[in-house]
Design a binder for this molecule. Structure first.
Ligand SMILES: [Zn+2]
Length: 209
């Protein structure tokens, strides 16, 4: 569904986001190694993976990275991830946090992101703790945070379940950091998007941590 003009939320597990401007940007690639739902959604908009300029991966958990290799097979898009997370996406390093051994096909990461960096229209917010190199992405022109798994909105706003966090304390520090930013709208890897007052709601969560 189109949440805001040019912002498409594809209801995969976990959520995939597609931004449509003068370029096409995908954020995360779902748990499916053959990501039919994403490809069908692109087809519905009459575009293909060949039209993507960037595929951002918020973190290396299987429900965010598994479709990457299949989408990249047919795409010149640059793959962008935090430099820490890139080691796990390529599988140069074995991920040492939950949920354990990775099975996704290792994929080259072309753009190594740093906190605060702007790339292809999005600002990188380094938000470690869920994984070691997790990021959220801020689209300042739309006042939109693409949160990845930096918070969970499945039954109200919460931190992610600590069974899946590599560092529970650092994950909460990252939520507090995100709460200092301003954005009206937010999309989560897990849970419903927020339209209106999103950073205020995250600030309320941060106060309870
Ligand atoms: Zn995750």
């Amino acid at each position: 569904m189109e949440l805001l003009k040019g912002v498409h939320v594809i209801e995969t597990y976990a959520t995939t986001t597609l931004l449509v401007d003068d370029r096409l940007v995908l954020v995360d690639t779902s748990a499916d190694e053959r990501p039919a739902k994403i490809l069908d959604y692109l087809a519905k908009l009459k575009v293909t993976p060949r039209d993507l300029s960037t595929i951002f991966i918020t973190h290396t958990h299987p429900d965010h990275v598994s479709g990457l290799a299949a989408i990249k097979e047919d795409s010149p898009a640059k793959v962008a991830a935090h430099r820490i997370e890139a080691e796990f996406i390529t599988r140069r390093k074995t991920y040492d946090g939950p949920p354990g051994v990775q099975r996704h096909p290792g994929t080259q990461v072309d753009v190594l992101l740093e906190d605060g960096q702007m790339y292809d229209g999005l600002k990188v917010v380094f938000a470690p703790g869920h994984t070691r190199g997790s990021i959220a992405l801020l689209d300042e022109t739309r006042s939109l945070l693409i949160a990845g798994d930096s918070a969970n909105n499945e039954a109200g706003l919460h931190p992610m379940d600590d069974r899946y966090n590599v560092d529970a304390k650092q994950h909460r520090e990252s939520i507090k950091k995100i709460a200092t930013l301003h954005f009206e709208n937010a999309i989560f890897g897990h849970g419903v998007p927020i339209q209106g007052g999103a950073s205020q709601k995250i600030a309320e969560l941060a106060k309870r941590l």
